[in-house]
Design a protein around this ligand. Sequence first.
Ligand code: XIL
Length: 332
Amino acid sequence: MKFSSTLLFMLTPAMVMGLLDQKMKAKGKRYFGTALDAWHLSGSDQSNIKMIAGADFGAITHENSLKWDAVQPQQGNYQFGNADAVVNWATSNNRLLRGHTLVWHSQLPQWVHNINSASQLTQVIQNHINTVMGRYRGRIYAWDVVNEVFEENGTFRNSVFYRLLGENFIDIAFRAARNADPNAKLYINDYNLDGPGPKIDAMIALIGRLRSRGVPIDGVGTQAHLILGQVGGVQSQLQRLAGTGLDVAITELDIRIQTPVTAQKLDQQYSDYQTVTRACLNVPRCVGISVWGISDKHSWVDSTFPSYDAPLLWDDWFNRKNAYWGVDNALN
Ligand code: XIL
């Protein structure tokens, strides 16, 4: 069923609360979420964003403002203003928060890249995690403790973390995280886990080793930055990830369309979003889905993949797209 946006506008806020999120919860899942940053909540589109985030999303991920370069740009100099704004909005609106992310090679300040002693790097990781997670203890439901540790061929990425500490950097990070907030769910997160191949094989093998070493880990996140028409493998790979014994979550879903965007491709996007939503519903260990933003207007896809566009559920003018109804249909 398609609602007109005029009709939705006439409903009271209480009546529109939690459309997708509420339906997701009715299916036994924990949330349907999105990514946001402080500027979305204060910029010129804030009324649309707050209305939509209030109506459809039960979990919020900081798009950028919890990343290392945002919160600790220089050693010991912590900046929490933008991260706090998102936490405060989500908390006062009763949303869950997913913390993204603690140890990642990207959006990592130069001073960390420059470290060349293993013991110093260990301390720096522990301090960062203690300080950032400690600040929000009890308020952030799940954390992406490490992000994107693998190359596409399944070898470890050549980051400062891996170069100095080997695989042990992952153990160090998860142990520090459990210590900083014992009740938070701790995730490893990565992309291109949507089809078979060496990367997901390496992820599954790593999770096995972490668990056999007693490393505290609760979940694996699959980012799911997908391409139109290439979503058929999501459910079987999600099932394989769940087979590790961890919770699984779809953490950064978007489905980008090669330009030119046509009506036919937007119809295909309806069925692709339906397929991915069903994948989570069909895998009992899948706890929730987060999309990577609200409106196509603000998506990272425009600048990152210039020949692609229109990956999200709302268009540039904050109208619901067919893609939105694909999710909705899967949840009905
Ligand atoms: C992206 C943000 O959306 C952009 O605004 C930023 O410029 C770069 O990072 N994988 C992740 C996310 O884990 O943190 C990335 O977010 C998208 C890919």
